[in-house]
Design a protein around this ligand. Structure first.
Ligand code: NAD
Length: 476
C-alpha cells in the first residue's frame, strides 16, 4: 500500500507488484505499484503538511523521532527477519543494519535542537547581521535496495528534524522493508502528510514526477552513479538541492609493514559485508609484494570458508545476490580477468549445490595477477569477489588507488602512524579506514567525492542538507 497524507491506499491503477526472496525466488508479498499521479498526490500532501510541521518546536519534532527510534529498536528482530528475506543479507548483518537505521533517528532527534544560527559583525556601526536556518520545504528520498531500512532513516531522520516534510520512493526490490519503516514512523505519531511513501515498479516515470515537480525543493538520492547523474541533471531545471550518495570503487592498501594475517582477515570480513553489495566494500586490494603471498593465502582460505545459504540461517556469511544482472556481472568480470591472464584462487563461479540453485549465489572469489586492462580493475563489482594487485612503491600505490572516477571509501593497513596519515591525506576518497574496516557511524559524515557523490549524510552535516541559510540585515 501507498502512504499518502496519513492514509494507506492502493495505487491509482489498483496494480501491485511482487516482492521476492532472492535466496529462493519465493514471492514474499506484494506492494502497490504507484504511478506518477500517486507521486503527485504524495508531493501535494507533503506540501500541505509542511507549514505546520516546520512550525513545531525542535523539541516536539525530536520527541516523535525518539519514539520512532525506540519502536525501531523494539522491533529489531522482526525488521531484520523481513530484511533478510527480502534483500538477502545474513540475519546478523540485518540486525546490525536495523540498529544503524535507528541510530539516525536518535542522532537527528538530538541535532534538531542544535540548528544554531549565527550573528556576524557588520562593518556598519548602526547595523547587525543575523543568519537563520530554515527548512528547505518538501524533500524527496530515492533509496537503493542494498540497505533498505537505514538508507530511509538516513534521509527521513534529518529531513524531519530540520522541519521538512518528505516523499519517499524506495527501490522496487525492497518495498516491504520501506512499508515496515514507514509504519514505525506512523506509530510514533508523525502527523499526516509529513512522511509519504510511494512504492513502485516504475522508477523512471514516478521518478520523473519527483524531478519535475516544482514543489520538491530537495532530492536526496542513494544509488548508482549513472542514475545519480541523470537525477542531478534533471533536478537542475527547477534548481532543486541535491545530495548524492553514489557508487564506490574502494581501494584497500596493505603496506609492507602491516600484519598480512590481520589485514587479510579484515579484507575478507569487509568483502563479506552484505555479500559484497555495499558501496564501501573494497573493490581493489593493493598488497605490497613482500607480503602478498601470505596475505593471499589467508584471504583465500577465509573467503573459501564462508558458508553460503539463506541468510536466516545464523551460520551463513554469504547470502544471495539481488538479481540475475548482478550474477551476470560477476561472471563477466571473472571471464574477462581469466581471459587476460588472471588466476582465480577460490570461487569464480555460481553456487548451485545444496538447494542454492533456486537463489542467486556467487561463490566468494579471490582473483590474483590482476592488471589494469581488466574490467574488475575499473568497474564497481558489487558482489563477494575481490582482485589482489601487488605493488612495490608507496607513491605508486596511492596513484593507482586514486586512478578511478570514484571517491567514496578507502582503507589503509600499516602500523606506521606517519605513513598512515600521509596516505590518508593523499587518498582522494571521502572516508578512510586506517587499520579499520568500518569508518561509519550515524555521528560521522558519510559520503564521497568525485563521481561518488555530493553532500554528506549523518553527523552535523546531514541536517544542514535540509536547511537554507537566511540572512537578516538589521538597521538599528
Ligand atoms: P540504482 O541507481 O539502480 O537505483 C537506486 C534508486 O534509484 C532505486 O530506488 C531506483 O528505483 C531509482 N531509480 C532508478 N532509475 C531511476 C530514474 N530514472 N529516476 C528516478 N529514480 C530512479 O542503484 P541500485 O542498483 O539500486 O543500488 C546500487 C548502487 O547504489 C551501487 O552503485 C552502490 O554503490 C550505490 N550505493 C551507494 C551508497 C552510498 O551511500 N554512497 C549506499 C548504498 C548504495
Amino acid at each position: 500500500m501507498l502512504f499518502i497524507g496519513g492514509e494507506w491506499s492502493e495505487s491509482s491503477t489498483g496494480a501491485f507488484f511482487d516482492s521476492t526472496d532472492p535466496a529462493t525466488g519465493e514471492v514474499l508479498g506484494q506492494a502497490a505499484d504507484g504511478t506518477p499521479q500517486d507521486m503527485k498526490r504524495a508531493i501535494a500532501a507533503a506540501q500541505e503538511a509542511f507549514p505546520a510541521w516546520a512550525a513545531k518546536t525542535a523539541y516536539e519534532r525530536a520527541a516523535i523521532l525518539m519514539k520512532a527510534y525506540a519502536l525501531m529498536n523494539a522491533k529489531r528482530d522482526e525488521l531484520a527477519t523481513l530484511m533478510t528475506k527480502e534483500q538477502g543479507k545474513p540475519i546478523r548483518m540485518a540486525r546490525t543494519e536495523v540498529g544503524y537505521a535507528a541510530d539516525f533517528l536518535s542522532w537527528f532527534a538530538e541535532e534538531a535542537k542544535r540548528v544554531y544560527g549565527q550573528t556576524i559583525p557588520s562593518s556598519r556601526a548602526n547595523h547587525r547581521f543575523m543568519v537563520l536556518q530554515q527548512p528547505v520545504g518538501v524533500a524527496a528520498a530515492i533509496t537503493p535496495w542494498n540497505y533498505p531500512i537505514s538508507m530511509l532513516t538516513r534521509k527521513i531522520g534529518p529531513a524531519l528534524a530540520a522541519g521538512c516534510t518528505i516523499v519517499v520512493k524506495p527501490a522496487e526490490q525492497t518495498p516491504l522493508c520501506a512499508i515496515a519503516t514507514i509504519k514505525i514512523l506512523e506509530e510514533a505519531g508523525v502527523p499526516a502528510g509529513v512522511v509519504n511513501l510511494v512504492t513502485t515498479n516504475d522508477p523512471v516515470n514516478v521518478g520523473e514526477e519527483i524531478l519535475t515537480n516544482p514543489a520538491v525543493r530537495k532530492i536526496s538520492f542513494t544509488g548508482s552513479t549513472e542514475v545519480g547523474k541523470l537525477i542531478a541533471s534533471k533536478a537542475a531545471a527547477t534548481m532543486k538541492r541535491v545530495s548524492m550518495e553514489l557508487g564506490g570503487h574502494a581501494p584497500f592498501i596493505v603496506f609492507a609493514d602491516a600484519d598480512p594475517v590481520n589485514a587479510a582477515k579484515g579484507a575478507a570480513a569487509l568483502k563479506s559485508l552484505n555479500t559484497g553489495q555495499a558501496c564501501i566494500s573494497q573493490n581493489r586490494l593493493f598488497v605490497h609484494k613482500s607480503i602478498a603471498a601470505e596475505f593471499t593465502k589467508v584471504l583465500t582460505e577465509r573467503m573459501a570458508s564462508f558458508p553460503a545459504g539463506h541468510g536466516l540461517d545464523d551460520k551463513v556469511t554469504v547470502g544471495p545476490l539481488i538479481d540475475q544482472q548482478a550474477l551476470d556481472k560477476m561472471q563477466r568480470q571473472v571471464d574477462d580477468a581469466v581471459a587476460k591472464g588472471a588466476t582465480v584462487t577460490t570461487g569464480g563461479k555460481r553456487l548451485t549445490e545444496n538447494g542454492l540453485d533456486k537463489g542467486l549465489f556467487w561463490a566468494p572469489t579471490v582473483i590474483t595477477n590482476v592488471t589494469e586492462d581488466m574490467l574488475i580493475y575499473r568497474e564497481e563489482t558489487f558482489g563477494p569477489m575481490v582482485p589482489v594487485i601487488e605493488f612495490d612503491d608507496d607513491d605508486d600505490v596511492v596513484a593507482m588507488a586514486n586512478d578511478t572516477a570514484y571517491g567514496l571509501a578507502a582503507y589503509v593497513y600499516t602500523p606506521d602512524l606517519s605513513r598512515a596519515w600521509k596516505t590518508a591525506e593523499a587518498l582522494q576518497f571521502g572516508m578512510i579506514g586506517v587499520n579499520d574496516i568500518n569508518p561509519t557511524s550515524a555521528a560521522v559524515p558519510f559520503g564521497g567525492i568525485k563521481e561518488s557523490g555530493l553532500g554528506r549524510e549523518g553527523a552535523r552535516e546531514g541536517i544542514m542538507e535540509y536547511l537554507d541559510s537566511k540572512v537578516l540585515g538589521i538597521s538599528l
